[in-house]
Design a binder for this molecule. Structure first.
Ligand code: T4K
Length: 383
């Protein structure tokens, strides 16, 4: 348990779910009680799928129980096998989903500006066993979708975007969800839009959506027919209702996050050795993360600053450190070697994601900035 510094009386988390008045949620629950329909793609799920299509400007979207299951179902829906090229700079759910699908993740380094898969390095990693590319729009940063799409076309590969961080993110022409064969969202409690646990797959046509819906429901076509080795990946009705309740507030949430992003940037702009990472390729960003790089000109190492913040009751997070490629189930593959991933290693050793969430107060943000500006006052541990 973190012990707040004497000057601070509460822990500031890296994120918190946005929870409007409970009374606003109760009518949704009332409807669920009345219908006695709790799961298996009921009215709340159908309504949320419809509302999300409208909000994101996409035609075909299927809800799932969480983002990890959504990734697994996406891989199954495309019948992927062999090897899939992916990024080391991600949450562990990305390569885990590949392994659950019986696919070998092959890691390719990231580009330093975008922190997403470096397209210039992808082709060298393609082998006769490669079936797809699974990039991540990390922190909502737009992957180089044009270059990745061209490589995929040249080599006959599928593209599945892990878009867990990219809800509501738009480039100049619309939602990032329109890129690739499939895009996968997470609606976990820590995301800017949440269904408590949840996720979704955005796809291109009605036939694929039907396949996804069947795969998330055990592969059942009807009461007597099972066509696929499906799974139970359905979102329940309470989570779907929570999503409808959250969606009504998403504009307000995004505006608050944008305000916090701007004030962090102006408060930190003159701090030597702290580099705020700008959203890349995001005409509309969601600011779900506020990543900074702690450079060598800062008086503390990244880990010492992390510790100083913890001592002051601020739980910033080192997303994504350690890299997934250092975990025992991935470390043995040749593509996981440190020498193959210099950019990802360098970034993961410098990055710190500062607290940012819609209910964050000015006082809380000032606390975070104060520790970064005067770390010696708050450091009680060595790195
Ligand atoms: N792909 C990518 C690129 C992802 O980043 C993720 C998930 C996925 C796929 C998989 O999607 P899901 O299957 O999760 O839908 C968190 C989230 O659990 C995870 O969803 C997220 N990425 C990852 C980046 O972060 P942890 O282990 O850091 O969570 P935890 O429990 O430490 O919570 C983070 C902060 O949020 C803490 O300060 C506490 C606060 N919090 C958390 C919860 C659960 C709350 O205030 N309230 C809460 O209810 O993984």
């Amino acid at each position: 348990m973190l012990k707040p510094d004497a000057d601070f009386n509460e822990e500031i988390r890296v994120t918190e779910p946005f929870l409007p008045a409970l009374a606003e949620f109760l009518p949704y629950l009332q409807r669920i009680w009345e219908t006695k329909w709790l799961t298996n793609s009921g009215a709340m799920s159908a309504q949320l799928e419809h509302a999300l299509c409208a909000y994101l400007g996409v035609e075909h979207l299927g809800l799932l129980a969480n983002g990890t299951l959504a990734l697994m179902v996406a891989l199954k829906a495309l019948d992927l096998s062999g090897e899939v090229i992916t990024t080391p700079y991600t949450f562990v759910a990305t390569p885990h989903a590949l392994r659950w699908a019986g696919v070998q993740p092959v890691f390719v380094d990231i580009a330093p500006r975008t922190l997403t898969l470096d397209p210039a390095r992808i082709e060298a990693a393609i082998t006769p066993r490669t079936t797809a590319i699974m990039p991540v729009h990390c922190y909502g940063n737009r992957c180089d979708v044009e270059a990745i799409g061209a490589i995929a076309e040249r080599h006959g590969l599928k593209v599945v975007y892990d878009a867990a961080h990219a809800f509501a993110v738009c480039d100049g022409a619309g939602s990032l969800m329109r890129h690739g064969d499939l895009s996968v969202l997470s609606f976990h409690a820590t995301k800017v839009f949440s269904t408590i646990e949840g996720g979704a797959i955005v796809c291109r046509d009605a036939a694929m959506l039907q396949r996804i819906k069947r795969l998330r429901n055990f592969g059942l076509a009807d009461e007597e027919t099972v066509t696929d080795v499906g799974i139970n990946g359905k979102m329940n009705e309470v989570c779907a209702a929570f999503g409808l309740f959250q969606l009504a507030h998403v504009t307000e949430v995004l505006a608050k996050l944008r305000g916090l992003y701007k004030s962090y940037r102006s408060a930190l702009q003159d701090v030597e050795g702290i580099r705020c990472l700008e959203p890349y390729g995001q005409e509309q960003a969601n600011h779900g993360f506020f990543p900074v790089l702690v450079e060598t000109t800062y008086p503390l190492t990244r880990d010492a600053l992390y510790a100083a913040l913890c001592d002051a009751g601020v739980h910033a997070r080192r997303y994504f450190f350690p890299l997934v490629t250092t975990f025992p189930m991935y470390a043995d593959h040749t593509s996981a070697a440190r020498a193959n991933l210099p950019v990802a290693h360098a970034i993961s050793e410098q990055v710190l994601c500062l607290p940012i969430f819609a209910a964050m107060t000015h006082a809380q943000q000032t606390q975070v900035v104060e520790v970064i500006r005067h770390p010696w006052r708050h450091r009680s541990r060595q790195p």
